[in-house]
Design a protein around this ligand. Structure first.
Ligand code: T4K
Length: 408
């Protein structure tokens, strides 16, 4: 007879969990990326203006205002709004004239690697730092070859890469340095807002980001020439009514997205405050739960706290995937970002089936991380229930594991 360690007022036995026959904790799904919605009246007024002006896209008033406000906020000379971050990365990679190989982490959303491959560039995957989850500058230097033209860092979870170290390496090897800042809107590095580092930085304002424009993104840079080029390239390369100067594409942000962006900007401080409060609650509630580490941040920096990520260590009998399965059955749609790592997805897996042997920390981490629901759609009571459930599952890890074995 095994002893059940009860830690939850909601779940007092393993049978109470939905996966094992109980009732789900939540009637509706709690998501990691539930969009934050700002003031609906502000948005409606902006949309009225768009209709009145009959100007729906192509550098309209809302887009111009949005770009100006972002540049001010980030303290950067140029901000170019985009239809999404992936196209922003595609255009940036072209504008920088990258070719051959570019060094990039595998522990990122697949779009980062695709932006390179889409341009016939080989993403050379670099391992990460176990503590920060960001690209490891020491490993970067080891994989530079004569074909390397750039380094593409990702500010994972909104924590800035080791920008100084990467900048020093880029300078020494005469490489371009760009950042996928999809997670890092409104975050800082050594007190300076992310947006002006490297040659270029690219933000995502996808619906699932804490600050959204439905779909959208922005490219920011202090380089005048590069900004001019990127601005033209996102509009097919047009430099006049009948004149095209570059191979371009359609990367434009629409007015409706910019209106959402201006609406989201009005609530930016509230969104961050909510994320921070949620993060602190997760921190307190998971404190002391063995085998679980909440990814932590440097509170001296500006942070958006949009991702609440736990790492589950090897010592616990219940695996990350089992924990996720139990939570999903409870209607807690926790996500294992960025499993299994870009190098294990196509076309990269076929390109280099053995890439994993060079990425031990990425491989390890991808098996142990879990992102939990946060944002304005999640309340304190729900977070408390999620944490209690996690505490219970971990405390009864061996029994939970046995139940999984019995289910097979
Ligand atoms: N670089 C990095 C490092 C990134 O993380 C991303 C995007 C990019 C580049 C590319 O940026 P964009 O080109 O997208 O601007 C989601 C997002 O789709 C993706 O934008 C994001 N990263 C990634 C981390 O997460 P999925 O495949 O997990 O999306 P999905 O549809 O499963 O949505 C996530 C959760 O959010 C679900 O549980 C459902 C919920 N959800 C989603 C949407 C769209 C809602 O509740 N409402 C919604 O409107 O990729």
């Amino acid at each position: 007879m095994t002893t059940i360690i009860s830690a939850s007022p909601i779940k007092s036995s393993i049978d109470d969990f939905a996966l094992f026959g109980g009732t789900p904790m939540f009637a509706e799904a709690l998501h990691v990326g539930r969009p934050n919605i700002g003031n609906r009246q502000t948005f409606a007024t902006l949309v009225d203006g768009i209709f009145d002006r009959r100007w729906l896209t192509n550098a309209g008033q809302c887009v111009k205002e949005f770009e100006r406000r972002l540049a001010d906020l980030l303290g950067v000379k140029h901000c170019i709004a985009m239809c999404n971050a992936t196209v922003g990365l595609d255009i940036t990679v072209r504008a920088l004239e990258l070719k051959g190989e570019v060094i990039v982490p595998s522990f990122t959303f697949i779009a980062t690697a695709h932006a390179l491959k889409w341009q016939q560039i080989t993403p050379v995957f670099c391992d990460i730092d176990a503590a920060t989850h960001n690209i490891d500058p020491y490993r970067v230097e080891e994989i530079i070859t004569s074909r390397t033209t750039g380094i593409l860092g990702v500010h994972v979870w909104g924590r800035a890469c080791d920008i100084d170290a990467l900048g020093e390496i880029a300078q020494r090897y005469k490489l371009r340095l760009l950042f996928d800042a999809a997670h890092a809107f409104a975050c800082s590095y050594k007190g300076q807002m992310i947006g002006g580092f490297g040659d270029v930085e690219v933000f995502s304002f996808h619906a699932t980001k804490f600050f959204n424009t439905f779909e959208g993104g922005a490219v920011t840079t202090n380089n005048d020439e590069l900004a001019r080029k990127i601005r033209l390239m996102k509009n097919f390369g047009f430099s006049g009514y009948d004149q095209v100067s570059y191979l371009g594409t359609n990367g434009k942000m629409s007015e409706i997205s910019a209106a959402m962006g201006l609406t989201s900007l009005e609530s930016l401080a509230d969104f961050i405050e909510t994320n921070h409060r949620n993060y602190q609650q997760y921190q307190e509630s998971l404190n002391g739960v063995p085998h679980i580490r909440l990814v932590s941040f440097d509170d001296n920096e500006k942070l958006n706290y949009q991702y609440v990520v736990i790492e589950i260590d090897e010592q616990v009998p219940v695996t990350r995937d089992q924990l996720m399965e139990i939570l999903h059955a409870e209607n807690v749609v926790a996500r294992r970002y960025f499993y299994p790592g870009c190098h294990r997805m196509e076309p990269y897996r076929s390109d280099d089936p053995n890439a994993g042997s060079k990425l031990p920390i990425t491989e390890e981490l991808a098996e142990h991380v879990l992102a939990l629901p946060t944002g304005t759609a999640v309340d304190a009571e729900q977070i408390s229930a999620i944490c209690e459930a996690i505490r219970f599952i971990i405390a009864n890890g061996s029994e939970v594991n046995e139940r999984f074995a019995a289910k097979k």
